[in-house]
Ligand binder design. Structure first.
Ligand code: FAD
Length: 406
């Protein structure tokens, strides 16, 4: 009987396994995850789950009987330790091995470490796994703690919002002049800076973090010569793709596992999906490695179809969302094209109710709706259509967005 093997414990692994069955595949499916939990998704870990308004059901993707019904074997607490693409075998940490007909690498990413003194003191944390969220929640849930966040990326900003909502003191130390500038540019980053200042976060930008201090446990972070007191520290300085297995197996790797637009790696029968895949985007011709929930949800099925020999391309527009305090945001667009684009804003930045468009040569290449709902699909259609759009009409809330889709 044919055997499909998936390495990973997140959404890319789940969406691939589910799709194999949806496409009528009847052979064996084994999912191998080094985590002790059933397959789960991560966005609630910095939001509702961390806050305590959502429980594990919001995180764990399926109850155990779903896997039985779908005849998907999930081996938890089992790391894959080596892949032999020639022999089509995966070695596991428990000493056993799996033979495969096709293999999916859905190994995700891991928090980037900060190589400074004190980074390994108790009380210095990162947030990626369910267990990380449980530990962080235990410290934040009663409020009154002093949390210092190093880095103001999406995860850092979401944790800042959750920690404030729970009544903790929050200081953010950011190297750049504006938070989130790398993701959305300085003008949109400024919207998030104000949001956090309005909620009492001590947000310090253009700051150089020197070291983390404490004896038995962290007591502070030294930045620009000043010690910021801390009961706990969260390091949120980005993630690095888990490419160790692929590299050791001789696959082509460069900021992720390199794939074509069908998510095929350089080894026959081996695919990659989710955060770990650095895939050619067939519409823009650039490589993209997205660390987004939607990318995991959509790339798993594309890889699964490829594993079954069904033609499929990973050609969606990258999509991301965040929730912080009372701000909800959706962002669609192609990051490599957005970097050179100009911003056109429809709505009220100060009221935090607007749509921002990234326009390059008259074409919309990205769009971000903040506290404006049911528009992201139209934003995506504008991007996909690729025609020239009148900037004045784009900025005018009186002109229906639909009417601008060429
Ligand atoms: P992962 O979810 O990282 O899963 C990879 C799995 O593979 C892990 O379980 C890992 O332990 C396992 N693994 C790795 N190596 C091995 C091995 N050798 N053997 C066995 N198992 C292995 N995105 C958004 O769009 N919006 C959000 O609001 C948002 N919020 C987020 C909040 C947090 C706290 C985090 C951490 C991420 C958030 N993301 C969000 C990003 C999103 O969760 C990721 O893009 C998504 O999890 C990627 O899924 P994945 O399956 O590729 O990888």
């Amino acid at each position: 009987m044919a055997h499909m093997v998936i390495i990973g414990g997140g959404l890319a692994a789940e969406s691939a396994a589910r799709t194999l069955r949806e496409e009528g595949y009847d052979g064996e499916i084994t999912v191998v995850s080094d985590e002790p939990h059933s397959l789960y998704e991560r966005p609630p870990l910095s939001k509702g789950y961390l806050q305590g308004t959502e429980d594990r059901d919001a995180v764990i993707l399926h109850p155990p009987d779903w896997y039985e019904t779908h005849r998907i074997e999930v081996r938890t607490s089992t790391a894959a330790t080596a892949v032999d693409p020639g022999a089509r075998r995966v070695a596991l940490a428990d000493g056993s091995a799996l033979s495969y007909d096709a293999l999916l690498l859905a190994t995700g990413a891991a928090p980037r470490r900060l190589p400074i003194d004190g980074h390994d003191l108790p009380g210095v944390r990162t947030l990626r796994r369910l267990d990380d969220a449980d530990a962080l929640r235990a410290e934040l849930k009663d409020g009154g703690r002093r949390l210092v966040l190093i880095g103001s990326g999406w995860i850092g900003m979401e944790v800042a919002a959750t920690a404030r909502t729970l009544g903790n003191e929050v200081t953010v130390l950011e190297r750049e002049a504006v938070p989130l500038a790398a993701a959305v540019g300085a003008r949109m980053g400024e919207v998030f800076r104000r949001l956090h200042l309005d909620h009492g976060v001590d947000l310090r930008t253009s700051t150089h973090v020197e070291r983390i201090v404490g004896a038995e446990r962290v007591t502070g972070v030294v930045a620009d010569g000043e010690t910021v007191p801390a009961d706990l520290v969260l390091v949120g300085v980005g993630a690095v793709p888990n490419t160790g297995l692929a590299e050791a197996a001789g696959l082509e790797v460069d900021n992720g596992v390199l794939t074509d637009a069908a998510l095929r790696t350089s080894a026959p029968g081996v695919f990659a999906a989710g955060d770990v895949a650095n895939a050619i985007h067939p519409v823009i011709g650039h490589r993209l490695r997205s660390e987004h929930w939607d990318n995991a949800l959509r790339s798993g099925p594309v890889a699964a179809r490829g594993m079954l020999g069904i033609p499929a391309l990973h050609d969606g527009i990258p999509y991301f969302y965040t929730d912080q305090y009372d701000l909800g945001m959706e962002l669609s667009g192609y990051p490599p094209l957005m970097r050179a684009a100009e911003l056109v804003v429809r709505g009220d930045l100060d009221a935090r109710e607007f749509i921002a468009f990234w326009v390059d040569g008259g074409r919309v290449v990205g769009g971000m709706n903040v506290n404006v709902w049911d528009v992201n699909e139209t934003v995506q259609r504008l991007i996909r259509a690729g025609g020239e759009v009148d900037a004045e009409a784009l900025a005018d809330p009186g002109t229906p967005l639909e009417s601008l889709v060429p």
